[in-house]
Design a protein around this ligand. Structure first.
Ligand SMILES: *Cc1c(COP(=O)(O)O)cnc(C)c1O
Length: 408
């Protein structure tokens, strides 16, 4: 079998053996290091998706790998039935990074979102005094918070919802970036506003300046929790520890995930103060794997790396370089470029090509990127990428947009 045959064979095997809930680009990755991956045929690609920011610190980041390897040789899973020596330190270090009291550890992002919803509802009944089963949570149009039934119940994406009902009640959707609409939607049953400070899956949609502060003020004035889903926007990606930092806004609950696991294991968490997270008591919520020793070791390495501010500054500087480069392509069919830190959403003129086609062309150029919503592509390379490598990405995008790309 030829080398090309091997990739084709593996793609066919995957297609006939997995449910078709994804439509991957035709590349079969065998290795990864830093910002680069290598496919089964030995071709190298610059990874400009970084597993939706779960690989913020690069593939097999040596510091995180060392911490996880050391933990692998000690103990990996105990359940929360017993204490272990990693959870306390991890929780304290993460809570300190966020300036909060407590951490509730889970595994995937969706689980952490579900956790925040449960905490907000319980807080609403026990602290705010909302009548039982009446709690409402306000969310934003275009949101992405995960794939569970409750979460898709308040999605505005028809593909995510169709034929998955009946849905969980108790959510209200308002336009994103619109404080008056939010103010109108809040009533005595409202326990929380749940938003992404930058909407990742919607195409790296940055809200208007002042929006996050206005959400904070509204929540304070009306006695409502501000819950920030920072699963994709947090932990360095936006050039700050949290995207909320851009407006010096402190939410009541941070929801974290993706990069918290260092690109090795799923680690998620809800982080908040005693007066909110303290409503949860033994037996009311949990997870067999949440807060396991291996996850904590990965999470501790990530928190330690973020504690100096270096990664955040790097994201800001590299982001500037990326956006400078992209601005040169303005007349080459880019309708809009948005973003913050090292994170860009790029709307391509749909008459030129779809986002999927652009990503297929970029793949032929040795760049991995992912489309979203028709004609948008997003760039979120690992923060270990260099300025020179960013130039390669911009040059490749130039060739793709001007039809001078590699043979395909
Ligand atoms: C990815 C993501 C989630 C869901 O995380 P999973 O680990 O895939 O369950 C939730 N919210 C946001 C903002 C995300 O980007």
């Amino acid at each position: 079998m030829t080398e090309t045959g091997r990739a084709t064979e593996l793609i066919a095997l995957t297609e006939r053996s997995t449910a078709h809930n994804y439509h991957p680009l035709p590349v079969v990755i065998a290795d990864g290091e830093g910002a680069w991956v290598t496919d089964v045929e030995g071709r190298r690609y610059l990874d400009c998706l970084a597993a939706y920011s779960a690989v913020n610190f690069g593939h097999r980041n040596p510091e995180i790998v060392a911490a996880v390897r050391e933990q692998l040789d000690r103990v990996t899973l105990t359940s929360r039935a017993f204490h272990h020596d990693q959870l306390g330190p991890f929780a304290r270090e993460l809570a300190d990074l966020a300036g909060k009291d407590l951490v509730l550890p889970m595994n995937t992002g969706a689980e952490a979102v579900e956790t925040a919803i449960k905490v907000a509802r319980k807080w609403g009944y026990e602290v705010k005094g909302v009548p039982e089963d009446q709690a409402t949570i306000i969310v934003a149009d275009g949101n992405f918070h995960g794939r569970t039934i409750s979460i898709i119940s308040f999605s505005t994406d028809a593909t995510a919802r169709t034929h998955f009902g009946p849905f969980t009640p108790g959510f209200r959707v308002v336009p994103y970036g619109d404080p008056p609409a939010l103010a109108d939607a809040i009533d005595d049953t409202t326990v929380a506003v749940l938003i992404e400070p930058i909407q990742g899956e919607a195409g790296v949609v940055v809200p208007p300046d002042g929006y996050l502060s206005q959400v904070r003020q509204l929540c304070d004035a009306r006695g409502v929790l501000f819950v920030a889903d920072e699963i994709q926007s947090g932990l360095g990606r936006a050039g700050t520890t949290f995207a909320c930092d851009h407006e010096d806004v402190i939410p009541d609950l941070y929801i974290l995930g993706k990069a918290l696991g260092g690109g090795i294991v799923p680690v998620s968490a809800v982080v908040g103060n005693n007066d909110v997270l303290g409503v949860i008591h033994p037996g009311e919520h949990g997870s067999t794997f949440g807060g396991n020793p291996l996850a904590c070791a990965a999470g501790r390495a990530v928190v330690s790396m973020l504690s100096t501010g270096t990664w955040q500054r790097t994201a800001t500087e590299l982001g500037r370089h990326l956006f400078d480069g992209l601005s040169q392509l303005a007349d080459k069919g880019l309708l809009e470029v948005r973003g913050r830190g090292l994170w860009a959403g790029i709307d391509i003129d749909p008459d030129l090509m779809s986002g999927r086609q652009a990503c297929e062309h970029l793949l032929a150029e040795g760049i991995l990127a992912k489309d979203t919503h028709g004609s948008t592509i997003r760039l979120a390379p690992p923060l270990v990428i260099t300025a020179e490598e960013i130039d390669l990405v911009v040059d490749a995008l130039f060739r793709v947009l001007t039809g001078k790309g590699a043979a395909r």
